[in-house]
Write a new protein. Structure first.
Length: 588
């Protein structure tokens, strides 16, 4: 395949901290590559180096001649006086390009093309930067957290846009659904080493676990041998044979391998000392508007004990406003929140990153508490909590100003949890967190014995954590849905396509009796039902063949690419047909 980018022996250090050591990888035409790693190990730095915005110590970065590269930075900057349209590109009166710009910006909910960039929020500026990159039609797209500041509709639109055609991608994202559906190759940066997995995110998870299991077994074998060799080294020199020097050199290599560590957590943080009463809160016909924009209108909801609720909806529909009203940070226009006496909120906000830059990480958390009481005589210290969220002992004694953006988000999360709340209110907690931290947070919330409300655009995270949704549709309309995000999307797919016709049907006069008899399946439905059974069996067999081929390691790269793109489409088709089969199966 035609190589667009070839990286050989890349090394980068910041003082005594070495980020990369002799990294080598390549990206070929048409590849969709996702880069994953823990916060603070240099994902954004690597992208900055590849695009020439930052230097490196040694190695080679070779692009194909005349290759056009588009780069979406994590925090783009613009001239505050230029308009949105000028920020996208110098259109030079080209009407066709202006029309394309309007179409892309409309998808990203940017509608005033003459508005100065200085008047836009940080999230809106990121969306303009994304439009800029897409509109310049580069050969290679390099994207740093492209889904940040996008609502769910925008994310799904971007998924489709990037999946279509022969675009070549290198991206950093924490959105696991996005990785799974868009990428056909995952590269993982771990312990200054790069590992390549030729498949989507699900394939990567399986093969990564296999790599860790093999490494752990090798370390265990090395430890057993090390103990025997250590005993030999401790004997008197006279007892060593003529091959002592060779054996001594081999010992030190064995010692290095035996002392390797696999950074995997062996415990889950569970607390049995969180009490919350039966009364949580009652939202009593609350209304709130900002000027002409209605956020809530006579909204009523009674929150249940131990409920784990997700809040979804497009940007600007009132999700964060609802949280601030609940917490008393914003006044209601009418109505009230009646909150139980035992409720103790822990609030993770989008704007909460305020630290003393000269303070040490451990001291930031200890200023809140020295330990969390887990009940049963068990305690969890500030240091243990930080280590649970992947702050090593050395990092805990670093100063805050040395932390990356993702590490600061993790530290802020630790300060919220250290207060030992019984009701967690989390506003976009997944932004800028690495995938490993998201998995830790998911485990924590699944085990959490209190109440949770989460506002998030991370579909994978929501599916794992919540069992109930409030869907904010705008203009004060809120849908109460009993399920997670994937179930909600499946329900939406089954609704009538002509919503206006459905609404008219709902307004027809209702009969005063109910027909309790179940209707019979029509001939057409029986035929469809039989065909669905055949289709589902064929799709399941195809899915099994693809998954076995991807795991077998005998398929060439072109076939892997085709299979990785086919698999998510296959699963979506299987889900759709299965839902229709279930619907028909309820008819006699």
């Amino acid at each position: 395949m035609n190589a667009y980018l070839d990286v050989q022996g890349l090394t980068k250090s910041f003082g005594a901290l070495q980020l990369f050591d002799n990294l080598s990888f390549s990206i070929s035409e048409g590849q969709h590559v996702g880069l994953v790693a823990r916060n603070g190990v240099g994902k954004s730095t690597l992208l900055s180096i590849l695009t020439g915005k930052e230097g490196y110590d040694s190695g080679e970065i070779i692009y194909r001649r005349d290759l056009k590269v588009g780069y979406l930075e994590q925090s783009p900057r613009f001239d505050p006086d230029e308009t949105v349209l000028d920020a996208c590109f110098n259109h030079q009166g080209d009407e066709e390009k202006i029309l394309r710009a309007k179409q892309v910006l409309t998808q990203l909910k940017i509608r005033d093309l003459q508005q100065p960039m200085g008047q836009l929020s940080g999230g809106q500026q990121k969306r303009v930067a994304l439009a800029n990159v897409l509109l310049t039609e580069p050969d290679l797209l390099i994207l740093d957290e492209p889904t940040n500041h996008l609502d769910l509709d925008m994310i799904e639109w971007l998924e489709g846009y990037l999946s279509r055609g022969s675009k070549t991608l290198l991206m950093v994202t924490h959105d696991r659904f996005f990785l799974d559906r868009v990428c056909d190759t995952i590269i993982e940066l771990d312990d200054r080493t790069l590992y390549t997995y030729r498949g989507n995110y699900a394939y990567y998870l399986e093969k990564r676990q296999h790599r860790i299991d093999v490494a752990r077994a090798e370390i265990e074998r090395a430890n057993n041998l090390y103990r025997r060799e250590l005993e030999w080294m401790r004997r008197m020199p006279q007892a060593r044979g003529h091959k002592a020097k060779y054996r001594e050199d081999a010992f030190y290599e064995l010692e290095r391998k035996a002392k390797q560590r696999i950074e995997e957590r062996q415990m889950r943080l569970k607390s049995s000392n969180v009490y919350i009463g039966s009364k949580i809160f009652e939202c009593q016909y609350v209304s709130k508007s900002w000027g002409d924009q209605v956020m809530l209108k006579d909204f009523y909801y009674n929150f249940a004990r131990f409920e784990k609720m997700g809040i979804v909806g497009n940007n600007g529909t009132g999700k964060s406003t609802f949280l601030k009203l609940l917490l008393g940070l914003e006044p209601v226009d009418s109505g009230q929140f009646d909150i139980g006496e035992t409720v103790r909120f822990g609030y993770f906000s989008q704007e909460g990153l305020h630290f003393d830059e000269q303070q040490k990480v451990i001291d930031v958390v200890r200023d809140i508490a020295d330990y969390i009481d887990l009940g049963g005589g068990r305690h969890f210290t500030a240091s243990q909590l930080l280590q649970h969220f992947q702050f090593t002992p050395d990092q805990q004694y670093n100063y805050v100003y040395k932390l990356s953006g993702g590490e600061r988000r993790k530290l802020y999360l630790c300060t919220v949890l250290m207060r030992n709340p019984n009701f967690l209110v989390l506003d976009e907690p997944t932004n800028d967190l690495d995938i490993q931290t998201l998995q830790i947070l998911e485990e924590y919330l699944v085990d959490f014995p209190g109440c949770v409300i989460v506002v998030s655009h991370d579909r994978y995270f929501m599916d794992k954590v919540v069992d109930h949704l409030l869907v904010f549709k705008g203009n004060g309309e809120i849908k109460d849905f009993p399920g997670n995000y994937t179930q909600y999307r499946e329900w939406c797919a089954l609704r009538p396509k002509d919503e206006s016709a459905a609404e008219k049907a709902d307004k027809r006069p209702k009969r005063e009796y109910r027909n309790t008899e179940k209707r019979k399946m029509t001939y057409k439905e029986k035929t469809e039902f039989a065909q669905l059974e055949k289709d589902i069996a064929a799709l399941e067999e195809e899915q099994k063949r693809i998954e076995e081929a991807l795991c077998g390691g005998t398929v060439d790269i072109d076939e892997i690419t085709k299979m990785s793109k086919r698999l998510p489409l296959l699963k979506a088709e299987l889900d759709e047909k299965s839902m229709r089969w279930l619907e028909l199966s309820e008819i006699e």
